[in-house]
Design a protein around this ligand. Structure first.
Ligand code: ZN
Ligand code: ZN
Length: 405
């Protein structure tokens, strides 16, 4: 019987020994009977996200986990930044990372971040989202001065330069085509930015900011153009009907590009207060109508970026408790639990350290790992790359075809 596949990605799971936890990692310090039981019934090892020597973002790592080589399909941060802010990017869309900035009367950028504090950025973003010359421009605000711009239309190219001068005291740059096919896009973006300047200069939000002595958010600086990749549909790649459950738009955006069915669970917030039990239950229920479900749980990464090892340990304990629901499935489902990268609390940023991984199902081979953590999984000597995860799942679920006679 072909089994179904259930992949849990605990975001930023990996860590380093932490003095606040007596030199243990948050995963080691967590009470985790279910993760330990799962690894004891299967294989435990270590996984390098994408490959050794890379510090991965969640986007590149999830692409690789799903079997898409980011070094082929990832052409720039722009489209993924935009998806992270909630723009549903479509293949072929051009996207930039953007900053609201302050342009003084002489046309010079006096503050690349417009004072950082821009509560008006949402309403400004709406005002500079419009259609022009057959293309649609969509701006979405992020935290502080950050934003993203997506351009949708025919014949667009990502081979254009930044308008961001990357330092203060200079004028915004003209966007230049970097190859022969990009002239139309460069012209279009320059004309758009002229209109944006007029709109932002005369906006009531900016007049209000200036009257309060705040720097105007009257320039949109663009950088890092990329094209939203066209991914081979997941169904075509694996003959699997797949679904994705995630609380953050970056991961649902990637699921969308892969053609996965996007599951909604109202309690999945993408924060540490997410409904862990409900999320695992929703994933299990989705297996009734899908062959494959990927679940992203963001909380460990948030605790890592906050530099809070106690919080990270606590959210891992909640996840462990919720994962208890998966045991009843082991005859019909292959379960994999791993992280997309390490986010050590000590550095508050992603690192290139490998992450622990487990595969569990009834009747499979086992190795000697009894505790799921960075140290015990490393001792097993079972090492893989994130691109090996789908092939492993396909093999353990008896879905691979014979190679040869
Ligand atoms: Zn991540
Ligand atoms: Zn992160």
């Amino acid at each position: 019987m072909m089994k179904k596949l259930l992949l849990f990605v605990l975001d930023g799971l990996g860590d380093r020994p932490n003095p606040q936890l007596n030199g243990e990692t948050p995963l080691q310090a967590a009470y985790r009977p279910n993760l330990n039981a799962l690894v004891s019934t299967g294989l435990g090892g270590m996984m390098f996200p994408v490959r050794k020597g890379l510090v991965c973002g969640s986007d590149t790592s999830h692409l690789s986990l799903l079997g898409y080589d980011p070094e082929k399909v990832y052409t720039g941060r722009g489209p993924f930044e935009a998806m992270g802010l909630g723009i549903v990017a479509e293949p072929g869309d051009i996207a930039f990372r953007a900053n609201f900035a302050t342009r003084s009367r002489d046309g010079i950028i006096s503050d690349r971040r417009a004072g950082r504090d821009i509560p008006e950025s949402g309403s400004l973003a709406k005002k500079i989202s419009f259609s022009m010359n057959g293309a649609e421009f969509i701006v979405k605000e992020g935290v502080e001065h950050r934003a993203a711009l997506v351009i949708r239309g025919k014949g667009l190219s990502p081979e254009v330069s930044d308008s961001d001068p990357h330092e203060q005291g200079r004028a915004p740059r003209k966007v230049l085509p970097l190859d022969d096919n990009a002239k139309h896009t460069a012209d279009l973006v320059n004309e758009y930015l002229e209109r944006v300047r007029t709109i932002l200069d005369s906006s009531p939000e900016n007049r209000d900011r200036e009257s309060k002595g705040k720097p105007a958010a009257n320039e949109l600086l663009l950088r890092g153009a990329g094209i939203t990749p066209r991914l081979q549909p997941f169904r075509e790649k694996y003959d699997l009907d797949g679904a994705c459950l995630a609380g953050i738009p970056l991961i649902t955006g990637i699921g969308n590009l892969a053609g996965l069915h996007l599951l909604k669970h109202p309690g999945a917030t993408g924060r540490v207060d997410t409904d862990y039990n409900g999320k695992v239950k929703a994933a299990i229920r989705a297996l009734d109508s899908h062959d494959f479900v990927i679940v992203n749980i963001k909380a460990p990464d948030i605790a890592g970026h906050d530099g809070d090892p106690l919080l990270k340990r606590d959210v891992i304990e909640k996840i462990d408790s919720a994962l208890g629901q998966t045991f009843e499935l082991s005859d019909s489902v292959v379960t994999c639990v791993t992280g997309d990268h390490s986010t050590p609390c000590a550095s508050k940023e992603h690192s290139g350290d490998p992450v622990p991984i487990l595969f569990s199902t009834s009747g499979m081979r086992r190795n000697n790992v009894r505790q799921f953590d960075e140290v015990n999984c490393c001792r097993s000597g079972f090492n893989l790359l994130s691109g090996d995860v789908m092939p492993m799942l396909m093999q353990l679920s008896d879905r691979l075809e014979k190679y040869g006679a």
